[in-house]
Design a protein around this ligand. Sequence first.
Ligand code: GBH
Length: 467
Amino acid sequence: MPTTTAQITAREFPRGFLWGTATSAYQIEGAWNEDGKGPSIWDTYAHKAGNIKNNDTGDIANDHYHRYKEDVALMRSIGANAYRFSIAWPRIFPQGTGTPNVKGLDFYDRLVDELVEAGIAPFPTLYHWDLPQALQDKGGWQSRDTAKAFGDYAGYMAGKLSDRVRHFFTINEFRSFVDMGHQTKVVNVPGGTIDISIAPGLSLAPGELNQVRHHAVLAHGMAVQAIRAKGKAGTQVGPAEVLESAVPLIETPEHIKAAQSATRERNAPFLTVMLEGKYTDAYLKDAGKDAPKFTDEDLKIIASPLDFVGINCYKPTVYVLGSDQAPGWRDIPFARGHPKMSTSWLTVGPEALYWAPKLVHSLWKPKEIFITENGCGTDDVLADDGKVYDTDRIMFLRACLTQLQRATADGVPVKGYFQWSTMDNFEWTAGFGNRFGLVYVDFETQKRIPKLSAQWFQEVAKRNAVA
Ligand code: GBH
């Protein structure tokens, strides 16, 4: 007998699971100098020839600032019931601090109204890397004042939006904007390593870098406190970090314990200090004289209680095995032939979607977890019939969601999943060439064309199960 659909075991997600898509301000909005917006470090960085592939910029990007209604309708049509977007700080405070820009705020007001009207829960992120240039000119994240300014801006936004917004993410990917923006950052890929670097494009000494890391988590903590103070009762808040995830190569207690310890240690300057309220002994010892300067009061702020933890998860950062030697684990590099997607850094390792939330849960027991990003970049082309058949994306996403479903089935409290990205957009230094969207965008005409993966996503969201 051939298998019928009815015989497929439904790999269901818990009731009420949220199916969202994600974007960020600089990557889609455009309108870089409209309605009183101040310049950000990304405007500065992208305007400098040679920094971005093909010298692409986010000046226009997806023109979402003017097309947000169409884009919200598109999300609705592909079955999303949540949307993670970011607020451009320099639209709200063009100078980073001081007098708010009413027209900038008005854009997010209208966007939130449009989402609520469409039955899509808004999940704004307050910082997705576009620091006001005015603050960079005063030292940027090297200055403690930037953390304070971020807290003030976060409180202001919570005061304005928390009547309709229930969930705020503070900062997107601490690790990325800090390390990639302030030091040459090297990542593992099959067959070796690659350098990736982003705005503001600095190369700081190790001690200075650790201080920037400290200011970033301090900014998060100050924002958590400000949101609690200024938001409506019940407003929820958490970070959206790109977890450094160590994944056990063999699922035995020994190797799983190794992955857990490695994950905790690898995240020492970011999630670990946020959730434990102290830097690990190993982190401080390794840093030595370059350790960050901090007070006990700082640590209390950094570890302000959270409602949830957001994890951006694309791949295992590293595979590990247990070891008899200190520290008790061994990193195993990706084999030369290990498959990757067309994005240079995106090694295929869907089991990260099981292990990342599983280990976060076992280490720190956060109340709730969201997968705030997952997805892949592809070289999509339009077929003769005008459609996009992105079999690679569907393969990748199905593999990832199968693993995520396994985590929820184990009782890990994952409450929602945000697919990166709603639509193709400005992929930072890769420009417009690396397409991460469920929806294809023709950047000449701004036409949006849902890919086959959008249809697949819609089916997943409708069934609340892997399709
Ligand atoms: C995210 O990070 C961003 O939040 C988003 O804006 C972006 O468009 C999206 O992903 C797709 O790139 O080898 O394990 O150390 C992008 C930056 C690049 C972060 C590579 C971590 C190294 C992973 N990432 N990266 S690892």
